[in-house]
Design a protein around this ligand. Structure first.
Ligand code: DSN
Length: 423
């Protein structure tokens, strides 16, 4: 029995149940992953006990002998991996990291540009419901609805017209390579700062399987827990000229004390990411996503842009006769977990959209390869057909989902995930 079992069996049993779920399900949410035991151990360490407002060598509390070392180690490892001139590892996550960029480089009311949420952007890139859209004059660009690709000529035209202070390039549901050089050229032409939000692809960038924005754009933000496979957190990398403004925006502008246990776990993840094994893992993420996309196309799924260059797929379920919600809920019942998602030009609402979003970072962490992608596409096809068939009654449908969930569990038993303690 663990100490947690004894002290708080309620919390302990919920964590144990979640651990069983993470083991027994095929997790396809592209922003999720499995961290290593080492990352978990650092996350759960006594570093959580320490307050350390400020930066290495210049703190507002004493007793920073070890904290300064851990923060510097994380910075040095990030610099070696990404090559940025200045790095701040204190943002609590991706949204605060982006918020710090607004604070550092713009003023409320300034014009900012970003990819619209409906076309695969992020809330913090100017969506009307977020502070980025409420406090700034947000101009949103989109993808070409017939190809699913970003239209850089149109982005340049829009930037020339609206003269933004900031241009965000970054995505949460875009399956293609981002042309950071082109974004940088557009920023230069119109006098805007360009910010690459690489939250989804930072593991791919670290491994060299997606081009890096470092050296092209002014600021790079990222979460640390997606394809990078670190703890929940954020990071900002920038040119040296912005270092002071970015650091001041993070602390004291937006945040108090950094989460030192997270910083330590990030240092561990960055060490793990700077290995041949991680580079092979990142390549396998992309290979799996391409294989899954191909298998879905062959089964008649409406894969947006026809495939992928990265870790994710966006699938329009319309021609399968189901909505994104219906499909994601049916898949969940069958042990396959994804999220419903708008697709470009979606006539449906964000809460009841046409598509689903699939990603391969988690399943690649547990060792799935090409054969499992084919199996997965077969299961998805079967589930879509069952869900769309009005002649199948509810109980028969549930029974079919349960059968697939059992097959999924058998497969998952053969591919134990990192970091889980499943007996
Ligand atoms: N919530 C993340 C995602 O799922 O893409 C973005 O922050």
């Amino acid at each position: 029995m663990s100490v947690l079992d004894q002290v708080d069996p309620d919390v302990s049993s919920i964590i144990a149940a979640e651990q069983r779920r993470q083991h027994a399900k095929i997790r396809l949410i592209p922003s999720e992953n499995y961290v290593s035991h080492a990352v978990l151990e650092a996350t759960g360490s006594i570093l959580t006990n320490k307050y350390s407002e400020g930066y290495t060598g210049d703190r507002y509390y004493e007793g920073q002998q070890q904290i300064d070392k851990i923060e510097q180690l994380a910075i040095d490892r990030a610099r070696s991996l990404f090559g940025a001139e200045h790095i701040n590892v204190q943002p609590y996550s991706g949204s605060p990291a982006n918020q710090a960029v607004y604070v550092a480089l713009a003023n409320p009311g300034d014009t900012v540009m970003g990819l619209s949420l409906a076309h695969g952007g992020h809330l913090t890139h100017g969506a009307g419901v977020s502070i980025s859209g409420l406090h700034y004059k947000a101009v949103q660009y989109g993808v070409n609805e017939s190809t699913g690709y970003l239209d850089y000529d149109e982005i340049e035209r829009l930037a020339t017209e609206c003269q933004p202070k900031l241009i965000f390039c970054g995505t949460t549901a875009y399956p293609r390579v981002l042309d950071f050089e082109r974004f940088a050229a557009i920023g230069k032409k119109v006098g805007a700062f360009v910010i690459a939000d690489i939250a989804h692809i930072s593991g791919l960038v670290a491994a060299g399987v997606h081009p890096s924005p470092v050296g092209h754009v002014d600021v790079v933000t990222t979460t640390t827990h997606k394809s990078l496979r670190g703890p929940r957190g954020g990071m900002i990398m920038c040119r040296a000229q912005f270092a002071d403004a970015i650091d001041k925006a993070v602390f004291p502008g937006l945040q108090g004390g950094p989460h030192n246990h997270t910083t330590a776990a990030l240092a561990v993840a960055l060490k793990e990411a700077d290995t041949a094994e991680f580079r092979a893992y990142a390549q396998a993420i992309v290979d799996n996503a391409k294989a899954l996309g191909q298998a879905l196309v062959e089964r008649g799924f409406g894969v947006v842009s026809g495939g992928t260059d990265n870790h994710l797929l966006l699938v329009d379920m319309t021609n399968k006769g189901v909505t994104g919600n219906q499909m994601s809920k049916a898949l969940d019942a069958a042990g396959i977990v994804c999220n419903y998602n708008l697709v470009p030009g979606d006539p449906r609402s964000a809460r009841r959209p046409s598509g689903i979003r699939l990603g391969t970072p988690s399943i690649t962490s547990r060792g799935f390869g090409g054969d499992q992608m084919i199996q997965l596409a077969d299961w998805m096809d079967e589930i879509a057909q069952i869900r769309a068939d009005e002649s199948i009654d509810r109980d028969s449908r549930r029974e079919a989902y349960r059968r697939v969930a059992g097959e999924v569990r058998d497969l998952c038993d053969r591919f134990p995930a990192p970091g889980l303690d499943i007996a």
